[in-house]
Design a protein around this ligand. Structure first.
Ligand code: G3I
Length: 305
């Protein structure tokens, strides 16, 4: 294949990117996005604050714009995200207890129903575990509604859109020895044992010098896959430049391709200048839209395997 998605398609995988709706009028951006990627995630437009700015009043215009752009161009869509402690609308931030539980489940149901039939995979729950060594759930207003909030969200999502794969998505879950990785693994194992409807685990894969690509990345992906879920790399970016950055991108690509249940990779933006990181050059295209060394290494790895 001569583009990322063509090369990924050869092994039955996808290659995706995050799209920001306000950049769809930038022709350099859409040209690259359309040529290289076949799986699209809305960077912000399908989050809670965007889709339910006032309780019970849903606004799908920004999300629809991205979904329609993707589907009209023959691409698939990852839904991001139905339930999260962050980017909650103000009304939800002020809520607790059973009222919040009910509002969260209604949000999951309404949003998943609106997009029913159009979503490859939903990040049903995002970032529900704490950083550090505790392996605990993150203390959030959602967590305080009861430890079963995550499975309740998955059940509501399954009912609303039975055709979408339902994922749990998190960051710093790349190193197999990390307590957070183990905690997510144990939750997924428990869900599979009890028949909670979960189909996939998303690994955000935001890497930098403090959180480098671990040497056991392949082992992490394989161990999760062995639980009977698909694995997806959902928000990849790697700080750095040149050959060293390119080699790390290659390592991630290699790890995914070595795991049959690793369905694809999504990078979190198109050009370095599109990254959520205010500084640095963590993506595959430079600010002028030129392919970087990292791009060439990824493409070669996808083609070799
Ligand atoms: O839209 C407003 C704009 O009207 C306003 O003028 C401007 C001023 O600050 O803010 C704009 O909103 C910003 C939004 O991005 C759109 O650019 C928010 O402040 C800013 O917080 C938001 O950041 C996003 C971040 O999630 C929020 O949590 C990033 O774009 C987005 O890349 C990032 O993505 C997350 C994933 O969802 C979950 N995993 C981690 C990943 C990186 O942080």
């Amino acid at each position: 294949g001569s583009t990322l998605h063509e090369a990924a398609d050869e092994s039955g995988r996808y290659y995706g990117t995050a799209i920001a709706g306000h950049k769809l009028s930038d022709s350099q951006y859409t040209t690259i996005a359309n040529r290289e990627f076949d799986m699209i995630t809305a960077e912000n437009e399908m989050k809670l604050d965007a889709t339910e700015p006032n309780q019970g009043q849903f606004n799908f215009s920004a999300g629809d714009q991205i979904v329609n752009w993707a589907l009209n161009n023959g691409k698939q869509v990852r839904g991001h995200t139905l339930a999260w402690h962050s980017q909650q609308p103000q009304w939800m931030q002020n809520m607790e207890g059973s009222q919040l539980r009910q509002a969260m489940l209604n949000h999951v149901t309404q949003v998943a129903t609106h997009y029913r039939g159009k979503i490859h995979s939903w990040d049903v729950v995002n970032e529900a575990f704490e950083d550090g060594n505790s392996g605990a759930r993150r203390n959030s207003n959602l967590q305080r509604t009861g430890n079963d909030w995550i499975e309740a969200a998955f059940r509501a999502a399954r009912t609303a859109d039975p055709g979408a794969k339902l994922c749990y998505n998190d960051y710093n879950t790349d190193d197999w020895s990390h307590a957070k990785t183990q905690a997510v693994y144990n939750m997924v194992a428990d869900f599979k044992n009890r028949g909670v409807p979960i189909d996939c685990v998303g690994f955000q894969a935001h890497f930098n010098s403090g959180n480098p690509v671990p040497s056991n990345y392949h082992e992490t992906l394989q161990n999760f896959a062995d639980l009977g879920v698909d694995v997806q790399i959902t928000e990849l970016d790697i700080e750095g430049s040149g050959t060293s950055q390119a080699e790390q991108f290659r390592g991630i690509t290699q790890a995914c391709m070595a795991v049959s249940r690793c369905q694809g990779i999504t990078v979190w933006g198109v050009r370095d200048s599109d990254s959520w990181r205010s500084q640095g050059t963590p993506l595959l295209f430079d600010g002028n839209g030129n392919k970087k060394a990292a791009y060439n290494y990824v493409l070669d790895q996808l083609n070799s395997g």
